[in-house]
Design a protein around this ligand. Structure first.
Ligand code: PNW
Length: 463
């Protein structure tokens, strides 16, 4: 008989699953919604695989009662979703009551299912009318965001247990305005740094509003973070890895937790950041508000080699390291443990951390009503072992939200990548829980992981 090891989680551990508005809602032209930057960007030929867009997506806008019932049935206690800004503020100063009514109905459903909502204010669907005025690069966006955040907090403030201000300011700025991989698809580093600054400031603005309104709910931001390893001990690789960490992790975490941008990176960017002239007096104090928790989205580690091509912003090269998910992202659960340890030491200290996203894209196939996604189950299990180890050592990790509840619109990859624990047939909109979903249900039910000794051992190795 194989020996089993049981890894219990804390009694109040927050088991959740995550989605975002543009990725699942559909109903792009209903309920008074106006276009977002993703509606526009997905129409530009070549930007999204197969020319996919979110017009219908998972049709969650119409099927939310069924979806919430399924989340409940699977045993989750928490549900993280986002509000679509273009459903709420449809033109300067115009509040769309129909949009608010939709989220009211959704929250009713969530509450009736006994689920605790975490609501993300911004998960990348900027109204196109704001982008037309420069979007995140125009400081005027701060006033627009203030109005939007104020409206949703005023309306839902008391019902939302957990507010999440901004999802991944890195992706929204760097991929949106720097590399151009995401909407609005600009390629200008100065714009990217400016956008990042305004996204961070928006977090600060939401924090202030939350306090002014005297809300009792919890509030925090979500950062996507990677653990970065140099490809070798060579000084140039070590330096390149430090830059990658500076670019991806520290550029966002340091202003929030220490009220400053990392000086080494400011110097490295030099002209690209144009003397950081977008930083006004008082801005950093405003950003320097961690709130009640830090949300971390963790998917992979990156292994970095120095590049000879100095035209690259960080003069670095991200190596392709096996094994990988269908995204080509390295599966390295131990780096989640290392990342949590590092983030707690350097940034959060005692503040609660929540994994607001973790999961894997895999090539799933639906056969006779069953989706056998053993590699996803294994991915989730291994990452939960890493979480458990961190908690065991006194780490302040309070919850874990799986990305994602449903297969959905995976941004530049459209519907070609499946992250769900529930399979979506995009023709019939039928939902089928995958084997991983059935497994996680049991884990939540037991509030513990049961793993074989061999699996437990293979998880402790590093690098
Ligand atoms: C996150 N990258 O996005 C998002 O929060 C989700 O909306 C998304 O579906 C999920 O992770 C899976 O991709 C990311 O290129 C997108 O480094 C791209 C990157 C990181 C995170």
């Amino acid at each position: 008989m194989m020996n089993k090891q049981v890894l219990p989680f804390p009694a109040d551990f927050m088991w959740g699953t995550s989605t975002s508005s543009y990725q699942i809602e559909g109903a792009a032209n209903e309920g008074g919604r106006v276009p977002s930057v993703w509606d526009t960007f997905s129409r530009v030929p070549g930007k999204v695989v197969d020319g996919d867009h979110g017009d219908i997506a998972c049709d969650h806008y119409h099927r939310y009662p069924e979806d919430i019932a399924l989340i409940q049935k699977l045993g989750f206690k928490h549900y993280r979703f986002s509000i679509a800004w273009p459903r709420i503020i449809t033109a300067p100063g115009v509040i769309n009551e129909e949009g608010l009514a939709f989220y009211e109905r959704l929250l009713d459903e969530v509450e009736q299912a006994g689920l605790i909502p975490m609501v993300t204010m911004y998960h990348w669907d900027l109204p196109q009318w704001i982008e037309d005025k420069g979007g995140w690069t125009n400081r005027a966006v701060l006033e627009q965001f203030r109005e939007y955040a104020s409206v949703v907090m005023e309306r839902f403030g008391s019902r939302v247990g957990w507010w999440n201000t901004i999802n991944e300011p890195y992706c929204a700025s760097i991929l949106g305005y720097g590399t151009g991989d995401h909407a609005p698809g600009h390629q200008n580093w100065y714009e990217a740094f400016t956008a990042a600054h305004h996204l961070l400031l928006s977090h600060g603005i939401a924090m202030e509003l939350h306090r002014e309104k005297g809300l009792s709910s919890q509030i925090g931001i979500t950062l996507n973070m990677e653990y970065v390893d140099p490809a070798s001990d060579a000084p140039q690789d070590v330096a390149a890895a430090a830059r990658r960490d500076g670019f991806l992790n520290r550029w966002f975490a340091e202003p929030i937790f220490h009220g400053r941008y990392p000086q080494d990176m400011v110097e490295w960017y030099g002209d690209q950041a144009q003397g950081m002239d977008f930083v006004h007096e008082g801005d950093l104090e405003r950003i320097h508000q961690p709130g009640d928790f830090l949300g971390i989205n963790y998917y992979a580690r990156s292994v970095i080699k120095a590049a000879s091509d100095h035209s690259l912003l960080q003069a670095e090269q991200v190596l392709f390291t096996e094994p990988v998910t269908d995204m080509g992202w390295e599966i390295h659960p131990d780096s989640l443990y290392r990342l949590l340890t590092r983030v707690q030491r350097d940034f959060t200290q005692g503040l609660p951390i929540l994994i607001t996203e973790n999961g894997a894209a895999m090539k799933d196939e639906l056969e006779h009503g069953v989706v056998k996604d053993e590699s996803r189950r294994q991915y989730i299990q291994d990452h939960l072992v890493a979480c458990h180890r961190f908690i065991q050592e006194g780490g302040q990790l309070h919850g874990y939200y799986l990305w994602s509840f449903l297969d959905n619109f995976e941004w530049a990859f459209g519907y070609s990548k499946r992250f769900g624990i529930v399979y979506v047939d995009y023709t019939t909109q039928e939902r089928t829980p995958k084997e991983s979903a059935k497994w996680i249900s049991k884990v939540i039910q037991a509030n513990s992981l049961e793993i074989s000794e061999t699996e437990a051992v293979s998880n402790v190795e590093t690098r």
